[in-house]
Design a protein. Sequence first.
Length: 354
Amino acid sequence: MLVRESPIAWLLERSNPSVRYFTLLNLLGKSEEDVEVIFSKKAIPKSSIISKIFTKQYPEGYWGDSTSPYFPKYRSSYWQLMVLGQLGMDKGDERVKRACDNIFHFQLDGGGFPCYSLEQVANGRVESHTSPFTTSLDKENGRQDLTERADNILFEHQYSCLTGNMLAALIRMGYEDDPRVKKGLLWLVDVQNKDGGWLCPYWRAHRYDKHGCFYGTVCSMEAFSEVPGNKLTKGMKHAVERSSEFLLMHHLYRADHHGYRIVNKSWLRLEFPWFYRYNILRGLDILTKIGYVEDERISDAVQVLLQKRRSDGKWTLESAPIGRMQANLEAKDKPSKWVTLIALRVLKRISAAR
């Protein structure tokens, strides 16, 4: 597509300091010590969106119900940390630190994060039952040692997608060296599916599933992509390689059988912020970030991305939970600074390598 103008000046507008900050870093190659970068970073906590999110935070650091970090969806604590991490906030802000301190209380001993708290289970708000998994199924799917641990209702309700999202947010906000984060990453390695993807391995709906879930996979991969390469253990590196191959063998959105048909057309819709859903832009951003820029299997998704580019060089926000979050980031079906920023950094990585 012929692009008549560059959107860089638009991305650098001071009205959105988060986008400006990441544009300076990701597209213009500025360092964290650059004066403009420092100025933009300092402006993020004062932005209208960040301020609106924190007006709903309780003094103890949570949003919504203190015993329910997941519900209501998009408005409780888990969701706010996901957004804040993506917007460039970190634990240097006392409000963020309180929120992270609060959320760590929900992490289970194994390392994963559950949807439900001990209080909810104790009060009968979550139905307790014995795990449906059997040793033979666990062995077949590459989860040989998980059966006994899955008998606990809380363990059954911790999810790979949720854990991946929370670890990615915590790492972005400055907790990459925290032993609790490392424990969560090792849990993800432990529960990785045999095919290289991830499932929600203790949820009854997935009792007989063998094929990895794109949602669980992309969220888990995102967590590992936030870890500096020199801090990844051998097991983590192997998990990244296997999960990357899982996405690549599907060309990011096609079935690896049945003639490579499109698995789900909604995956072609560009969205932000990123929670649990999968889309090709998220897949491309993670794969190119960890170094898969020359693999021809990303080409299908790249072509879709290029076809969606407008003549003014921008991309449109095609999907978002508008009206359901504490604060809307952008208007749906309008040019999106976030989608444009991410699309351009994907293309920059590919161009630099080729």
